[in-house]
Design a protein around this ligand. Structure first.
Ligand code: HSE
Length: 345
């Protein structure tokens, strides 16, 4: 496959993927027969450039680092907005890493629909479109004969979705539960070490774990989006986020942390989904006091973990990073390679 790539959005995650693509160019060709050319980048804040013959990705990254303006790239057509870039460029693979409103999924949702509508493959890390419309988008993609992938929406590059959908296929998953938000896990870990809530949150923001508006992390909405995705994509559920009781960590005080410690427990923000006898799935997000000898109690800092409870294997747990430039950039690379494998067969 020669992928002609267009980036929609070129922030931390997009640049993370760009760096990996540059670093791994030869290995991707040699080991997987995967070749690419980046033809377009369109970012709402940084501007846009398009060249049907391909852009120099290293030069683009340098331009973004020095001036912050994509339009300072010396060649190509500038000024195309995201929708024009998706529909009118010669790209055959759209990397959707723009901004998303978790309530409406926009503008990412429109980007994904436009890409599917003009028969272009899509990989994305934005939770909004998948939390709101996973089934609709997967069905549209099937009808239009293209592939969409979104591994990075849950646990970034740690292959939690692939594990559930592919590796544990028909293992009869009855329950999924875990720590799916790095910011809150970091805050709780630091509060246990004696830091105040405010200082721990500030650090999580400085380290780049938190969402643009950290309310989404601390009130549990980010974890809510992820458990909705897991429920609907892995457990074949049909839930919406409004059906999921959601409580974040904002009410947990230093006293609560101490009280848990004296009981031999620690607080974790747990997102879970359970299959009920009538075949429906119930999901939740809530802080729970976890006994110290439980595997999730040992998952600290920004690390995430997810346990699938299955009929044939019992519990299967995956632990790994859930956020970050490289870890999320890598999620996109695994999706790209997965599409490449599928369409090159
Ligand atoms: N803000 C999220 C987290 C980023 O802290 O886990 C990854 O979705």
């Amino acid at each position: 496959m020669l992928a002609r790539i267009a980036f929609i959005g070129f922030g931390v995650v997009g640049q993370g993927l760009a760096e990996i693509l540059l670093e791994q160019k030869e290995d991707l060709k040699k080991n997987y027969g995967f070749e690419y050319s980046v033809v377009a980048i369109s970012d709402k804040m940084k501007g846009a450039v398009y060249d049907e013959k391909g852009l120099d990705l290293q030069q683009l990254l340098n331009v973004v680092k020095t001036t912050g303006k994509i339009e300072d790239y010396p060649e190509g057509i500038t000024g195309w907005d995201s929708l024009k870039t998706i529909t009118e460029s010669n790209a055959n693979l759209i990397i959707e890493v723009s901004w998303t409103d978790i309530n409406t999924g926009e503008p990412a949702l429109s980007h994904v629909k436009a890409a599917i509508g003009c028969h272009k493959h899509v990989v994305m890390t934005n939770k909004g479109p998948i939390a709101l419309a996973a089934r609709e988008l997967m069905s549209m993609a099937k009808t239009n004969g293209i592939e969409i992938r979104f591994e990075g929406t849950v646990l970034s590059g740690t292959p939690a979705l692939n594990l559930g959908v592919n590796n544990l296929a028909n293992s009869k998953i009855t329950k999924i539960a875990g720590i799916v938000n790095g910011t809150t896990n970091y805050i709780l870990t630091e509060m246990e070490k004696g830091l105040s809530y405010e200082d721990a949150l500030k650090q999580a923001q400085e380290l780049g774990y938190a969402e643009a508006d950290p309310t989404a992390d601390v009130e549990g909405y980010d974890a809510l989006g992820k458990i909705v995705i897991l429920t609907n994509v892995v457990m074949d559920g049909t839930i919406t986020k409004d059906q999921v009781p959601c409580e974040g960590i904002t009410k947990i005080t230093a006293q609560d942390i101490e009280a848990a410690r004296s009981e031999g427990k620690r607080w974790k923000l747990i997102a879970g989904a359970e299959l009920k006898e009538d075949g429906s799935v119930e999901a939740y997000v809530r802080p729970e006091k976890i006994p110290l000898d439980h595997p999730l109690a040992a998952v600290s800092g920004p690390i995430n973990a997810l346990t699938y409870t299955t009929k044939y294997l019992g519990d299967v747990t995956i632990v790994g990073p859930g956020a970050g430039r490289e870890a999320t950039g890598y999620a996109l690379l695994t999706d790209i390679l997965d599409i490449h494998r599928k369409i090159s067969r």
